[in-house]
Write a protein that binds this ligand. Structure first.
Ligand code: 13P
Length: 250
């Protein structure tokens, strides 16, 4: 049986009072029953606040990025040790917004995943193709290349990863991959992970890209979709809870 992971990615949307209101609308309604883990990935300055609110509850928390370096003269960077200070369970690495706007290459993403694992933080490795790449028939090649870089770097701990397939054309656009389109790519990723690890079946492969209460159930019902990475809908407590409920009902 699957154990789903529903993770919110707040992106650069947070303020102390808004975070408190949002979490007050979600955390008390989460129950330990049901095969669903729930998490929020928040901007680093709010990790202390979110830790304080969520510790001892069913809500897990994490960050949206981590430095590829351990420590030292890297102004503005946040290290895995720093994330550990706030008991971060997860960290996103290789989100397309970082690949696109911060020129993160797959080898940087792989180094970040390794740093997180070394400190016991689960990296949520994001992969996905642009619309141009999909239309050029390059989806498989692109996601496999992005995945391969991480697999190569973390070799013996591949099964510790969480993977998120996030087609760039579906992020924040309201345009969702159909359940079949998503499943096709998830199955490719599963096969690639199986070739790299005997324990690949325990790796959760999340779908991200305009997941919302009305499409969550059909996406999450797919054989190789083990959860969701939720952007916009994670900022609305009702929508986020509805996605969690959809996973719980499956
Ligand atoms: P949206 O759910 O807003 O499309 O964002 C998806 C995403 O990028 C999550 O990381």
């Amino acid at each position: 049986m699957k154990r789903y992971l529903i993770a919110g990615n707040w992106k650069m949307n947070a303020q102390l009072s808004a975070n408190a209101d949002l979490l007050a609308g979600i955390v008390p309604h989460l129950s330990a029953t049901g095969a669903v883990d729930v998490a929020v990935c928040v901007p680093a300055p709010y990790l202390a606040q979110v830790q304080k609110i969520c510790q001892g509850t069913c809500m897990n928390w994490g960050a949206q990025d981590v430095s590829a370096h351990e420590s030292g003269a890297f102004t503005g960077e946040v290290s895995a040790d720093m994330l550990s200070d706030f008991k971060s369970r997860y960290v996103l690495v290789g989100h397309s917004e970082r690949r696109q706007h911060h020129l993160e290459t797959s080898s940087i993403v792989a180094a970040k995943a390794q740093r997180a694992l070394a400190k016991g933080i689960t990296p949520i490795v994001c992969v996905g193709e642009t619309l141009q790449e999909r239309e050029a028939g390059q989806t498989e090649e692109v996601v496999k290349r992005q995945m391969a870089a991480v697999i190569q770097q973390v070799a013996h701990c591949v099964s510790e990863l969480v993977v998120a397939y996030e087609p760039v054309w579906a992020i924040g656009t309201g345009r969702t991959a159909s359940p079949e389109q998503a499943q096709t790519v998830h199955a490719l990723l599963r096969a690639q992970l199986r070739a790299a690890s005997a324990n690949a079946d325990r790796i959760r492969i999340l779908y991200g890209g305009s997941m919302n209460p009305s499409n969550a159930a059909s996406l999450l019902a797919q054989a190789d979709i083990d959860g969701g990475l939720i952007g916009g809908a994670s900022l609305k407590s009702h929508d986020f809870l509805a996605i969690v409920a959809a996973a719980q009902a499956l």
